[in-house]
Each structure stands twice: as structure tokens, then as C-alpha cells.
Ligand binder design. Structure first.
Ligand code: NAD
Ligand code: 6OD
Length: 500
């Protein structure tokens, strides 16, 4: 068996990064491996006083050097950070894999790669941000020129989840910083490692102190809550569970802060009878089981046309049972562990609940037994259910594990209604070879993102986000630039009229 993954020695103590310095604290918590349950390193928890120092440093940087940088200078700084990540690629991979237990190949192709691409994309897009201008003639004859200017929102608090740690942090830091904001960033308590390396990358790239501050800790009663309640924070960008979003919304209400929320999902995939069968099977494998189902965009509800239902269930089950689960560096491994043993208990709780609710477990439904050290890891089997009614809890609540339920459907109106019958509204997938149908049903789904005959990849200039419990607002491309900017309209009289 290969050696269980550990953090690089430099990450045995993970400190906060405030005002350009790495800051130790008295209070520390362990970062545990989901692969073997042992402590990987100690994390220095920020208290409210350190969060306050971070917010004040961010405010000084906003009014100081960063505030005076041109957009070109900010873009160059972000490119330098991306260069450092590229140079230290293997350390970032090691950090991401040790914290999450995911396959090395995924960390390479998705997590760390997107960390670099996010920063570069927004560095370049920021230079294209522009405003509006309107010329107006009033009934009085008065002519006006209106034009808008973009300014930073100010100090942005960014609270991130554990499922795609580096991707989420850079997805927010790229646009926030290119728009001239400064930041206080909190990674999930489950994934402090790549965040600590990201702070090192900002330091090494020579980004001025206070522009990017990192605080470690938890939510309630810890750094997360202190960030949302701090009066010096101007905006909060949060990705995580819908329930946490509701708590944060209440915390920021008194300060009437700007918010952007990317929250949970209970996404559907719809397979029509005319779909390319094999492509749809592979597509559902990817959309249901990538990252062990711990992607907000994963399909947990799959609706398959009745005429191909039995064949599809059999094909998907055979493919699923053959998926390799194991250590991050095993040949051909598709799925690593879940994020933690606690999360495994939650997922296994849903596996048991589904059976109580009357599901047929087509494949999986438990933990794999390896008979070696992998039995210490937070692994679960990829799982397929059938037979649940649409109102079962397992059909309505986000499991956030490698599981999907397959239901048959008979016609288009019915399936659109069932897809939309959800408290969430993040994403959907459609598998069909009928182009008209693809366009027709896609626009009827109450979600922020629809993929047709594919899943996950998209152009980063497009809007990303969800409706209903899945979030508020859109990020991506100009949508991010708009969220992270304060827009002022300036209205100028072309002629100064006495009575105007
Ligand atoms: P979570 O809500 O438990 O935690 C997210 C972050 O919020 C963590 O950093 C946590 O410490 C912090 N936090 C928790 N309580 C807080 C509080 N009261 N005040 C301030 N901060 C607080 O989410 P998670 O378990 O880390 O992530 C998984 C969830 O995130 C899933 O529901 C998933 O669907 C969702 N998610 C959504 C998207 C999206 O783009 N829509 C992307 C990734 C993850
Ligand atoms: O692809 C992205 O840009 C993105 N923010 C993905 C988030 C996935 C959620 O788990």
C-alpha cells in the first residue's frame, strides 16, 4: 500500500496571514486527514481581535498602496500570484490532497489548475471592465451627460467551503482584488492547508500588506462569525450550506452589507430516450460521483425516460460498481475519501434513511472493505437508489456524497415539473440529441446553470450561481466584476442653465 498522504513539513503549523505577516495564536485546532484520521498539522485559530486587526489592515491597504494601484498594476500582481502557484504546483497538490483525500489526478486537473486560471482570468477581465454613458436632453432643453464610474466595494469578507477549497478562494479573490477591493478570507476549518499556501503565494508575489488577509477558524463563535459581524466589512461573499447562508444573512442584516451567496443544490439530470446512451451513462457517472459527490453541482436526482429506464439503471450500476475507490495515487482511482469521518457519518445516515424511506439500493449503500490501511479512511461506496417517491427526504435534501436516485418519467412536461419541484435551484443537466428539446427544456428549469450533454466545465465569463435556496446573485465574468464594484453615476450639465 502507498504511504497515506501527509502535509508538507512546512505546513505542520498553519498560521494566519494578517497585514503581510504570518501570525501565531494561542488557540489551535488539529487538521485531521480523512485518509487515516491522524493529525496532519495544527491550525492557529483567529479570534475576534485578530479578525479586527485583519479588517483594519485591509482598510489601510484600501486607502493606501492598493487603492493607488492602477488596474494594470493589480493585474500584474494577480498574475505574479498565479505564477507562484504554478511554480509551487506540487506543494499545492499535496496540501489539497492531504486535506481532502481526493485523487491526485483531480487535484492536478481541476483544483490547482483552476486556482491558477481563476486568478489569471479575472486579472485580464478586470482590465476590460467599463461603465455606461448616456446623453440626455430634457424638455427644458437642458442637456446632460451621465456616466458611471466603478469603485471598489471596500473590505470584502470571503468565507469559503471545504469541497473545492483553492478553486473557491481564487474564484472570489481574483475578481474582488482586480476590482480594487481588499480582503479578509476564511477557508473552511477542514481545509486550512492550500489556504495557507495561497497566503504564502501572495506574500512571495510581493502583494502589499493588508490586501489579502487570511484568518483560520470556525463559523459560530469563531473567525467566521467575527467577520460577518464586523462593522468594518463592506461586503460578504460566502459559499457553503444554505442553512449557514441564512445565519450569515441575519448577521449582516444590521450592517446592510452587500452579499453574494453560492449555496447548496439538489440538482437533477434528465436523460431523454433520444440521448446518446453511452455518453449519458458516462455523463451521469461524472456528474454524480466526481469528488465523491461533494460538488454543489452534482446530480443527486436523475430522471430517465421510462422506455430506456431499466437498461440505463443496469448500465449505470455496472459502471458504478466498477469505479475504483482508494488512495489518491492509486492507478485508475476515480474516487478518494469523503472530507472527514464526521461527513461520512452524515452520508451514511442518508444511506440508512433511504432504505427506511423505501429505496431499492441498486449498488453501493455502505463503506468499502479493503482489508488494509484504507479501512481507516472516510471512504463510502458510490451508491445508486431507485424507488423513492418525489417527496422522500432523500429526494429533497442535499446529501453531498456519491449518490444518485434514478426515477423513470414519461413526458417532457412531467419531468420539467418534477425537476422544478425542489427548494433548491442551482444546476441541471439534459441528455438528448434533439436540439429543439434541449433549448426548450433548458429555459424551463428554475436553476442558474443548465448543461446540455456535458457537465461542470464552462466558460468562466458566464454567470454562475443559483436561485431559491441555492443562492443570491451571480459570480463569473462581468457578473463578478459588477458584484465586487460600487458604481457611481455622475450627471453633468452640458450647459449651465440658470433655472436648471
Ligand atoms: P458550511 O456552510 O458548513 O461552511 C462553509 C464556511 O462557512 C466554512 O468556512 C465555515 O467555517 C463557515 N461558517 C459556518 N458557520 C458560519 C457562521 N455562522 N458564520 C460565518 N461563517 C460560518 O459549508 P461546507 O460544509 O464547508 O460546504 C459544503 C456546502 O457548500 C454544500 O452545501 C455545498 O452545496 C455548498 N457549496 C455551494 C457552492 C456553490 O457554488 N453554490 C460551491 C461549493 C459548495
Ligand atoms: O466552477 C466554478 O467556478 C465553481 N465556483 C464551482 C463550484 C462548485 C461547487 O461545489
Amino acid at each position: 500500500m502507498p504511504t497515506p498522504f501527509d502535509l508538507p513539513p512546512t505546513l505542520r503549523e498553519m498560521r494566519n496571514y494578517v497585514d503581510g505577516e504570518f501570525v501565531s495564536t494561542e488557540r489551535r485546532f488539529p487538521d485531521r486527514s480523512p485518509l487515516h484520521g491522524q493529525v496532519l498539522g495544527m491550525v492557529h485559530e483567529a479570534d475576534a481581535a485578530l479578525v479586527d486587526r485583519a479588517v483594519q489592515a485591509a482598510r489601510r491597504a484600501l486607502e493606501g498602496p492598493w487603492g493607488r494601484f492602477s488596474v494594470d498594476e493589480r493585474a500584474r500582481a494577480l498574475h505574479r500570484v498565479a505564477d507562484v502557484i504554478e511554480r509551487r504546483f506540487d506543494e499545492f497538490i499535496a496540501a489539497e490532497v492531504a486535506d481532502t483525500g481526493r485523487p491526485l489526478a483531480q487535484a492536478r486537473a481541476l483544483d490547482v489548475y483552476r486556482g491558477i486560471v481563476n486568478l489569471r482570468t479575472f486579472a485580464d477581465l478586470g482590465k476590460l471592465a467599463h461603465g455606461d454613458s448616456f446623453e440626455t436632453r430634457l424638455a427644458s432643453g437642458q442637456e446632460l451627460l451621465n456616466y458611471t464610474v466603478r469603485k471598489p466595494l471596500g473590505v470584502v469578507a470571503s468565507i469559503c467551503p471545504w469541497n473545492l477549497p483553492l478553486l473557491s478562494m481564487t474564484w472570489k479573490a481574483g475578481p474582488a482584488l482586480i476590482c480594487g477591493n481588499t480582503m479578509v478570507v476564511k477557508p473552511s476549518e477542514e481545509t486550512p492547508a492550500s489556504a495557507t499556501l495561497l497566503a504564502e503565494a501572495f506574500h512571495e508575489a510581493g502583494v502589499p500588506p493588508g490586501v489579502f488577509n487570511l484568518v483560520h477558524g470556525f463559523g459560530p463563535g469563531s473567525a467566521g462569525e467575527a467577520m460577518t459581524r464586523h462593522p468594518g466589512v463592506d461586503a460578504v461573499t460566502f459559499t457553503g450550506e444554505s442553512r449557514t447562508g441564512a445565519t450569515i444573512m441575519k448577521a449582516v442584516a444590521d450592517g446592510v452589507k452587500e452579499i453574494s451567496f453560492e449555496l447548496g443544490g439538489k440538482n437533477a439530470a434528465v436523460v431523454f430516450a433520444d440521448a446518446d446512451f453511452d455518453a449519458a451513462v458516462e455523463g451521469v457517472i461524472r456528474s454524480s460521483f466526481t469528488n465523491a459527490g461533494q460538488v454543489c453541482l452534482c446530480s443527486e436526482r436523475v430522471y430517465v425516460h421510462r422506455s430506456i429506464f431499466d437498461r440505463f439503471v443496469a448500465a449505470l450500476a455496472a459502471r458504478t460498481a466498477a469505479l475504483k475507490v482508494g488512495w489518491p495515487d492509486e492507478d485508475g482511482v476515480f474516487m478518494g475519501s469523503l472530507i472527514s469521518h464526521e461527513h461520512r457519518d452524515k452520508v451514511l445516515g442518508y444511506y440508512a434513511l433511504a432504505v427506511e424511506e423505501g429505496a431499492t439500493v441498486v449498488t453501493g449503500g455502505g463503506v468499502p472493505h479493503f482489508g488494509d490501511a484504507r479501512d481507516q479512511g472516510a471512504f463510502v461506496q458510490p451508491t445508486i437508489w431507485t424507488g423513492l417517491p418525489d417527496d422522500a427526504r432523500c429526494m429533497r435534501e442535499e446529501v453531498f456524497g456519491p449518490v444518485c436516485h434514478l426515477s423513470p418519467f414519461d413526458d417532457e412536461d412531467e419531468v420539467v415539473r418534477r425537476v422544478n419541484d425542489s427548494a433548491y435551484g442551482l444546476a441541471a443537466c439534459v441528455w438528448t440529441s434533439d436540439l429543439s428539446r434541449a433549448h426548450r427544456v433548458s429555459r424551463r428549469f428554475h436553476v442558474g446553470i443548465v448543461w446540455v450533454n456535458t457537465w461542470f466545465s464552462r466558460d468562466l465569463r458566464t454567470p454562475f450561481g443559483g436561485s431559491k435556496l441555492s443562492g443570491i446573485g451571480r459570480e463569473g465574468g462581468r457578473y463578478s466584476l459588477d458584484f465586487y464594484s460600487e458604481t457611481t453615476n455622475i450627471c453633468v450639465a452640458i450647459q449651465v442653465l440658470a433655472a436648471a
